[in-house]
Design a protein around this ligand. Structure first.
Ligand SMILES: [Ca+2]
Length: 705
């Protein structure tokens, strides 16, 4: 244990300690009406798995499929007979997860078998800068290639678009597909560099329907390599936006009924996916390869909440780490080894595909990059009923603004750092149960899972790039290390983040909200932004920026309106923001001072409110206890004869926090309390001391490791 730093907090100290950006007091939004602001475990290579001929490995990935949007999960209007048959021939997991609720991080997990937070790949790579799957990571393809497999990738890459990130630079012998997050399923007149379909770097003509093209390209790959072991990674972009059904498949759904035309279109997009899964499986049959091919079918994240998708009965959707964002269709088939017709409830995760494939192929687990996934073969072949792992972890958007979750057994901890709350759920077998917060009545389980999470999180990096925020600002990414992550900003003095609302709101009527925020001596602090996540391009609808005593309304076009003459009594901006749907205007008021601007984009159906702070803001201090642990005092107040200390553990294992007191700095400290009276959220603890002679005392807080 390191030497204790001197952390003396005299009682009379009453100056404001700046609170961090995730404190509600820092940027308080009060919206009228009911809006709440929102082991490495080496898969033991089972002897019976060793086969004379190494199996082929086929990893099929779907995109943004709603949990309920396939007949495999009981939807009678979304027929997926080929996927259903695949599952019937092997095993379906009812608690199958992915390691992220959005596209690219999930793919990074697939490709490495490791929690992508280990290498900072926690958001989709920005398009304006060079970002992609860390070249220091060893990929699934490289491991298979080194074992003598032919390796191919077909479909949506989304792991970086610069040459060093191209699939053929990451262990694949061949790649046919596009590099970005999504594209039209139909030919594009002038595809961008992220949309264009290339084959080993050579641009391909725009023709046909992409899902069919990828199915055919997969078939071609398998045909070319039928006489040798191969690994094919087949990430379809179906059923991701846009909503591009082809007419023939829409016609095949004539006998089904849908709640909306868009739902029918989405069913048709899904049917195309199912058809092409079937095409690939038929190819395996035709080439007599099916028996010795290990097939995975895994969807990459939950259905988009702004899309005609259905994640029922799960809570929430894509981008969330409630079950609706991360519990997905998850299937394995290997007729030579895995008994058919199994439905297993063991929690599994996308990270398991890599170690399972390595075990099947008899390839050693790499020691340089320990895997987080485990070999599933002993489970699915009936050698064991349990996996050598009992806990799964999720985090999205980093430590400061992030949401995190832990599942152990049927318990699930959910942490929201933005709003400083935690929830503890007991999941039902069908994944429901996430509306019944049991944290208050189960403190021991709460602390157990928080402890597990902290031990996991210390192994992770902060995201190397931010979430796709404020895309209208075209500027270099900046290091906003005081926020703990990299976000896009207008200059090195800015940092922004959009924070998704806990529950979607549909502002079908006018709204008024009050914005209170501390500003610095120049009347400067940060932004508030309104967004909608229908697509990245529409994410940002309007923003308000406070700078040098002025308030700017900024629109995606770059148009600005300025409200001058703001006042900041006691260093706090207190502003009313009113939106009128009638004329699509924002009105800002402070006293008699007001500004009205008619917006070019509607603020209805807003799903996100974000805020940010200036990098140059005065920061509250961290103090080092030990290299593995940092603490920060978030707030220190004294009122009415009582004291309150809010203490945040920034990283490291949970510590026993001890509040100590002394009457004079040259005399020993005595313990006041070693049990925080109130636990507020992820690593945020509150000490409250009432009465007594505190006025004459100095205080410090120690962490007992
Ligand atoms: Ca996706």
């Amino acid at each position: 244990m390191g030497q204790w730093p001197q952390i003396d907090v005299p009682l009379h100290h009453s100056s404001v300690v700046n609170t961090p950006p995730n404190s509600q007091s820092f940027c308080r939004l009060t919206i009228s009406a009911a809006l709440a602001l929102v082991a490495f475990t080496l898969g033991v290579l089972a002897p019976l798995i060793v086969t004379a001929t190494p199996p082929n490995i086929l990893l099929i990935v779907a995109d943004d499929m709603g949990y309920h949007d396939l007949s495999l999960h009981g939807n009678t209007n979304f027929p997926t007979p080929r996927i259903d048959a695949l599952a019937a021939g092997g095993v379906r997991f009812t608690s199958g997860y992915v390691s992220a609720p959005i596209c690219s991080p999930t793919r990074a997990g697939f490709m490495t078998g490791r929690y992508q937070q280990r290498f900072g790949h926690e958001s989709n790579p920005p398009t304006a800068t060079t970002r992609g799957l860390s070249t220091s990571e060893v990929t699934f393809a490289t491991l298979m290639k080194n074992a003598g497999y032919a390796t191919g990738a077909v479909g949506k890459w989304h792991l970086g678009s610069d040459p060093e990130f191209y699939a053929t630079a990451r262990g694949f012998d061949s790649f046919f597909g596009f590099l970005g997050a999504g594209r039209s399923y139909f030919p594009i007149a002038s595809p961008t560099s992220l949309e264009v379909i290339s084959s080993n770097g050579v641009t391909q003509p725009e023709t046909g329907y992409t899902t069919d093209r990828f199915g055919q390209a997969a078939t071609n790959f398998i045909g070319r390599h039928a006489s040798e072991p191969w690994f094919l990674y087949l990430p379809f972009n179906a059923v991701h936006s846009p909503l591009d059904p082809d007419t023939a498949r829409v016609a095949r759904l004539a006998s089904y009924s849908y709640s909306s035309p868009d739902r029918k279109s989405q069913a048709a997009v899904t049917l195309a996916l199912d058809d092409n899964v079937g095409l690939v499986l038929d190819t395996l049959d035709a080439l007599n390869l099916a028996t010795n091919t290990l097939v995975f079918f895994i969807n990459d994240n939950g259905g988009d909440p702004d899309w005609p998708s259905d994640n029922s009965p799960l809570r929430d959707a894509k981008t969330s780490i409630y079950e609706g964002g991360i519990r997905v269709a998850w299937v394995m088939r290997w007729p030579a080894q895995i008994p058919a017709g199994q439905v297993l409830t063991n929690p599994v995760i996308s990270l398991d595909a890599l170690p399972t494939a390595l075990a099947a192929a008899g390839v050693p687990i790499p020691t340089s990059h320990p895997l987080d996934g485990v070999n599933l073969l002993p489970l699915v072949t009936g050698q064991t009923n349990a996996l050598p792992r009992d806990t799964l972890y999720w985090r999205t958007w980093g430590r400061t603004f992030g949401q995190s979750a832990v599942r152990r057994g049927d318990w699930k901890l959910h942490i929201n750092n933005t709003n400083s709350f935690v929830q503890l759920f007991h999941l039902n077998p069908d994944g429901t149960g996430e509306y019944n917060n049991l944290a208050t009545n189960n403190p021991a389980k709460l602390l157990e899972l928080m402890g597990a999470f902290s031990q996991w999180e210390v192994q992770t990096l902060e995201p190397l790039w931010g979430r796709n925020v404020l895309p209208m600002i075209n500027s270099p990414y900046v290091d906003s290390s005081d926020l703990g992550w990299l976000v896009q900003g207008a200059s090195t003095a800015y940092s922004y983040a959009l924070v998704k609302l806990r529950e979607r709101i549909n502002w079908s009527a006018d709204f008024t909200l009050r914005w209170q925020m501390q500003v610095d001596a120049t009347g400067t602090n940060g932004v508030i932004a309104f967004g909608s996540a229908a697509s990245e391009a529409s994410l940002f609808r309007a923003g308000l920026d406070v700078i040098a005593g002025r308030l700017l309304i900024i629109e995606p076009s770059g148009a600005q309106s300025v409200l001058n003459g703001l006042t900041f009594p006691n260093g706090v901006l207190d502003l009313e923001i009113a939106y009128s749907r009638a004329d699509n205007s924002l009105t800002l008021r402070q006293g008699t001072n007001s500004l009205k601007r008619t917006l070019s984009t509607s603020l209805s159906a807003i799903t996100q409110i974000g805020y940010g702070v200036r990098k140059a803001r005065t920061s509250f201090g961290f103090f080092e206890i030990d290299p593995a642990v940092k603490l920060a005092i978030k707030k220190f107040t004294a009122a009415g004869g009582s004291l309150q200390f809010d203490v945040q553990l920034e990283r490291g294992a949970p510590a026993s926090l001890i509040l100590e007191r002394t009457a004079a700095l040259d005399t020993p400290f005595e313990t006041v309390t070693n049990a925080p009276q109130l636990f507020l959220g992820n690593k945020l603890f509150r000490f409250q001391v009432s009465g007594g002679a505190e006025a004459a005392a100095f205080y410090r807080i120690r962490a007992q490791l």
